[in-house]
Design a protein around this ligand. Structure first.
Ligand code: GLT
Ligand code: MN
Ligand code: MN
Length: 398
């Protein structure tokens, strides 16, 4: 492949989880279709496709029952492979959902022993990540939810999760790990309902934590779409609050199960506005593709999947530049927000301003008649997305 606009580079901070490129195509109705690939070979695959980072859960790398000696050997070899391949371990997490012990939750379980085990597993995963150099720690409460609310009061679950995260933050400080902790929401699946179903719910919760500054969010495109929400609005709220620590890019048709499709493959328009937002504001944290190849693919197809995720991001990034540079689009944007001479605007409260505002007579009819050519604006966007408008890439895009 030639070096061009769509070639992934380290500064894009593209990463893949071991569980994403290592996904074997199992689903609730069918068994694995791809042979297992060892973590070190997955790192090689990540390097081969040109990504920058790898993410993992503790047990993606170290089997849950590994001895201390095996654990140390596995970690040593993994570190070597990462160093040799030039791949960074950007994020770690603990798997608190696969083992049957977590069948009714981890941090929110009614059983104090389950809660304590979940915490022990988390502290060990933090040790592991620190050894690998990770700076982001994700908490996805996959099993923190219910099928029936008869089992516990939801406010108790919320308080338990708060206690656990406060503990994790203290451990982070005590060990000087310097993690930024990112909470990931999902409305349902595998549970009937998950506590903290949306990114917005977590953003409201973070302020109640003892170390709120250490905790942010990891919004996932598919999870907000599952809830029927607009991912870009969720991401914007997180960004504006200084809480966009990480992002899970993938795709999903609204209303379906958790599809985890290749980024921008289902709804490229929504993906465009998301990429445009991230690029406009200068988001500089990892861009993680939490997705997997179609079950119909073999291991070569997994590379097509991974390359497609990054390519779609970079194509949409270029489209965002075209959009920003488009004179007609910019004219419309200027026109729809221009101030009107003599009409008061909203400023910081001052008594004199409030007095002036209260006394002013707004011409509702005239103000309400302003032209809002959003059909044209959206069509210009669609024209750019469909490739019939805007700068055409002059470099080889192969
Ligand atoms: C799991 C889930 C993802 C989370 C991962 C982090 S694990 O694959 O579907 O959305 O980001 O725990
Ligand atoms: Mn998902
Ligand atoms: Mn995710």
């Amino acid at each position: 492949m030639h070096d061009n606009l769509y070639t992934p580079r380290p500064e894009h901070k593209f990463s893949f989880g071991l569980w994403t490129v290592g996904n074997r195509g199992r689903d609730p109705f069918g068994d694995a279709v791809r042979p297992p690939v060892k973590p070190n070979d997955l790192v090689r695959l990540i390097a081969e496709v040109g990504a920058w980072g790898v993410n993992l859960h503790d047990n993606d790398l170290v089997p849950i029952d590994a001895s201390a000696i095996d654990r140390d050997r596995i970690v040593r070899e993994f570190k070597n492979t990462c160093a040799n391949q030039g791949v960074v371990t950007s994020m770690v997490s603990a798997n608190l959902f696969f083992d049957p012990i977590f069948r009714d939750g981890a941090f929110t379980s009614n059983d104090p022993a389950v809660r304590a085990y979940a915490l022990q597993k988390t502290l060990r995963a933090m040790d592991l990540g620190a050894e690998l150099g990770a700076k982001t720690y994700v908490i996805w409460g996959g099993r923190e939810g219910t099928e029936t609310d008869a089992c516990r009061r939801p406010d108790e679950a919320i308080a338990r999760l708060r206690d656990a995260i406060n503990y994790v933050c203290e451990y982070n400080l005590a060990n000087k790990y310097g993690y930024r902790i990112a909470l990931e929401a999902k409305p349902n699946e595998p549970r009937g309902d998950t506590y903290f179903p949306t990114t917005g719910a977590y953003l409201g919760f973070i302020d109640s934590l003892a170390h709120a500054d250490m905790v942010g969010v990891n919004p996932e495109v598919a999870h907000e779409h599952m809830a029927g929400l607009n991912i870009t609005h969720a991401v914007a709220q997180a960004w504006e609050a200084g809480k966009l620590f990480h992002i899970d890019l993938n795709d999903q048709v609204i209303g379906r199960y958790d599809q985890d499709f290749r980024f921008a493959s289902a709804n490229p328009k929504a993906a465009f506005f998301l990429v445009k937002f991230l690029e406009d504001v200068g988001y500089d944290n990892p861009r993680h593709f939490d997705a997997h190849a179609y079950r119909t693919e073999d291991n070569e197809g997994v590379k097509d999947f991974a390359r497609g995720c990054m390519r779609n991001y970079l194509v949409l990034k270029e489209k965002a530049l075209c959009w920003n540079a488009d004179a007609e689009i910019q004219e419309i944007l200027t026109e729809i927000s221009s101030a009107r001479p003599g009409v008061p605007t909203v400023e910081k409260f001052r008594e004199s301003h409030a007095k002036e505002l209260l006394g002013y007579r707004f011409d509702r009819d005239q103000i309400g008649m302003r032209r809002l050519p959003y059909e044209r604006l959206d069509q210009l966007t669609i024209d750019i997305l469909l490739g019939v408008r805007g700068r055409r890439s002059t470099v080889n895009s192969g």
